[in-house]
Design a binder for this molecule. Structure first.
Ligand code: UDP
Ligand code: MN
Length: 320
């Protein structure tokens, strides 16, 4: 049987950081699958060098250069640039089955069981659950499917301007045909759940296997203070409280040193504040009601008392 792989995509250095953290998180949770990253021509040599060290395969996808139907599709639909690049994952025909994951996802538990599923399996989109979210999906590479997808793209475009619109149009019976193709939400849990259904998030958020930082603010849009282990900026607006910090912990400890090695003397900004003086005043202990309020406002003490480990311990104690 041919091999199986997790696949992601990065068309620039920012998304490349995401891809590096994603692969580190897959390896941390001991995946037995191959790891493949599709890179666009604008990813720097330094980022590519790091990707080569973390991934089993780094494949350059240059839609404008490909001279095939993809190029034609691109000429007709210049608005669908990244979308067409993502569809390239269907050309990885040396793998029998793959799981695509957006570069803004983070794995927090082994998910190799996803390979038991069939094309096209995906989790519901939290905004419109009759559509699947295209941040995590199971697919079978096939040149035939690839050319049909490109054809669909040129004929119908994408109703939302992105790959999710194209893929939902193409795999249009997803919502009704086969319930085994509906992945549980914990395989693609987005921060939206915090705001739209807080009690469910509190109850089940700790079961998440994949966290998806969808939306405008990505983990790498913030800055991080490694000494205090805090993310700066208006975190509330965007992300999973403790998961954002988990992303930064992995990035700062495992990816940043690799990037600095590649950049050498050349300037490189990691996003970490390296020289921040540690705060002088120790925080006052908080009452449990105060803590609850802070938590609900998205101001949890991510690495301290509200850390993922502590929440998990509490849940475990409760279940026993
Ligand atoms: N992507 C990329 N470069 C871009 C935009 C997107 O490489 O400029 C890839 C990347 O893998 C990303 C995916 O396409 O995770 C989907 O985009 P994004 O995650 O930004 O969309 P969202 O999940 O926020 O809807
Ligand atoms: Mn995404």
């Amino acid at each position: 049987m041919a091999e199986q792989a997790f696949v992601t995509l990065a068309t620039n250095d920012s998304y490349a950081k995401g891809a590096m953290v994603l692969a580190k998180s897959l390896r941390k949770h001991k995946t037995s699958k191959k790891l493949v990253v599709l890179v666009g021509p604008h990813v720097s040599d330094q980022s590519r060098a790091v990707l080569h060290k973390i991934y089993d395969e780094v494949r350059l996808v240059d839609v404008m250069d490909s001279g095939d139907t993809a190029h034609l599709a691109m000429m007709k639909r210049p608005d669908l640039g990244v979308t067409l690049t993502k569809l390239h994952c269907w050309t990885l025909t040396h793998y029998s089955k793959c799981v695509f994951m957006d570069a803004d996802t983070l794995v927090v538990s082994n998910i190799d069981e996803l390979f038991d599923r069939e094309e096209l399996s995906a989790a519901p989109d939290p905004g419109w659950p009759d559509f699947f979210n295209s941040g995590v999906f199971v697919f079978r590479p096939s040149n035939e499917t690839y050319s049909k997808l490109l054809q669909y793209c040129t004929e119908h475009g994408s109703f939302d301007g992105g790959d999710q619109g194209v893929l939902n149009g193409f795999f249009s019976d997803w919502s009704t045909a086969d319930i085994t193709k509906h992945l549980p939400f914990i395989y693609n849990m987005s921060s939206i759940a915090i705001y739209t259904y807080l009690p469910a998030f509190k109850q089940y958020g700790a079961n998440a296997k994949v966290v998806h930082f969808l939306g405008q603010m990505k983990p790498w849009s913030y800055t991080y203070d490694p000494k205090q282990r805090r993310v700066r900026g208006d975190v509330q607006e965007a992300s999973h409280p403790s998961f954002l910090l988990e992303w930064w912990a992995l990035y700062s400890s495992e990816v940043v040193p690799m990037l600095f090695r590649e950049y050498g003397d050349q300037p490189f900004h990691s996003g970490c504040e390296e020289d921040v003086a540690p705060s002088q005043d120790a925080p006052l202990p908080m009452s449990s009601a105060e803590r609850k309020q802070k938590w609900e406002q998205g101001q949890a003490d991510y690495m301290g008392i509200d850390s993922f480990d502590n929440i998990q311990k509490k849940l475990d104690a409760f279940l026993k």
